[in-house]
Write a protein that binds this ligand. Structure first.
Ligand code: SF4
Length: 342
């Protein structure tokens, strides 16, 4: 399989009045074409910061301070002449003009709240036209409408509703429109940041099913950011569990659900209700995530970990490769250090 995205030793910091917080701390991971990677973890674990870094859209006062984000581009991309080498570009090196060319066309980002991303003053048709004309000024209107119809239909929206305004749609429909706009330019990589959080479970399930179908139609590679492990169980090929800005475990979805390795991954899974065993008591994770402006020595999870040992309080565990190619950052496991640790 071809690697589409390779992140190496990425660190993102937020300079705040209380000090510097590492939102993403030395993260490395790879994403192969046509696969879906889920990013999961509690609020503030760095999953959205990581996703936004790929678009170079880390909100102020966040800043990418080191690392590489390499993306493979198959097409000849004129505006990247001089910064593209053998089809690979380091996103960190790109200026704002070059990023504008990349956003939407190569990488699309779906944000959580469609009402803050959709313009209430213009119709869905105009949204499609604006996005597509920004990248292809000479594109025929007929082609835009044809493409929009195909996408809306795939997402369960009557194509005739293209002339409606955002407020005329329900929350679920608006989220579908956002996903559709994200797909308008046929990007290679789609990053969906909590795309179904505000929706009820039935609409959520429908949308996820539609997205999975469109993913195959459009040959998409996806990063799905969510705190909902149930959503990832249905959609992701692999899952990275993040904590305090670091990747704690990266496993295939099946392996993670069958046998989570990292104590934090295990605790997260044990806190998910199991409908097949309603008698099972839900557990919770004691304590709270650490204050990132005041990092603790050793493993950041140690104050909450029931397996913490002396070494955990002094030495930060590297992300290592264990049996079956799974990655885990925990002193309970021995293995080979992953290239580019996290
Ligand atoms: Fe727990 Fe130690 Fe593993 Fe951290 S390194 S998760 S504290 S056992």
């Amino acid at each position: 399989m071809t690697v589409l995205l390779r992140i190496q030793n990425l660190t993102v910091e937020y300079k705040t009045r209380r000090g510097t917080a590492r939102g993403v701390d030395n993260v490395s991971l790879e994403l192969e074409e046509n696969r879906t990677l889920g990013l999961a973890g509690e609020s503030g674990c760095g999953k959205s910061t990581l996703g936004r870094s790929i678009m170079k859209l880390v909100p102020y006062p966040g800043q990418i301070v080191s690392g590489r984000i390499e993306m493979l581009l198959h097409d000849h991309v004129k505006y990247l002449k001089g910064v593209i080498e053998r089809g690979i570009v380091n996103i960190i090196d790109l200026n704002e003009d070059q990023m504008r060319g990349l956003r939407g066309k190569e990488i699309a980002y779906i944000f959580q709240d469609p009402m803050t991303s959709l313009n209430p003053m213009i119709t869905i048709e105009t949204h499609f036209k604006e996005i597509m004309k920004a990248h292809y000024p000479d594109i025929e209107e007929e082609e835009i409408i044809g493409r929009a119809y195909e996408i809306l239909d795939g997402l369960g929206i009557l194509p005739e509703r293209i002339t409606d305004y955002p407020h005329q749609f329900s929350g679920g429909m608006r989220q579908r429109v956002m996903i559709g706009l994200g797909l308008a330019l046929r990007p290679k990589l789609l990053i969906a940041d909590e795309p179904t959080t505000s929706l009820d479970v039935i609409v959520e399930a429908q949308i996820l099913e539609e997205v999975a179908e469109l993913k195959d139609v459009f040959n998409l590679t996806m990063i799905l950011i969510t705190h909902n492990l149930g959503v990832l169980a249905q959609t992701a090929d692999d899952i990275a569990i993040m904590y305090a800005g670091r990747v704690m475990e990266l496993s295939s979805t099946e392996s993670l659900f069958d046998d989570p390795l990292h104590p934090y991954a295990k605790a997260l899974l044990e806190s998910v209700p199991d409908v097949t065993h309603p008698e099972k008591k839900l557990s919770w994770i004691p304590g709270a995530p650490p204050d990132l402006t005041d990092p603790i020595p050793g493993c950041m999870y140690n104050p909450r970990c029931p397996h913490a040992m002396d070494i955990c309080r002094t030495v930060q565990p590297d992300l290592i490769t264990v049996d079956g190619g799974r990655l885990v950052a925990c002193h309970l496991f021995g293995g080979e250090k992953s290239h580019g640790t996290s």
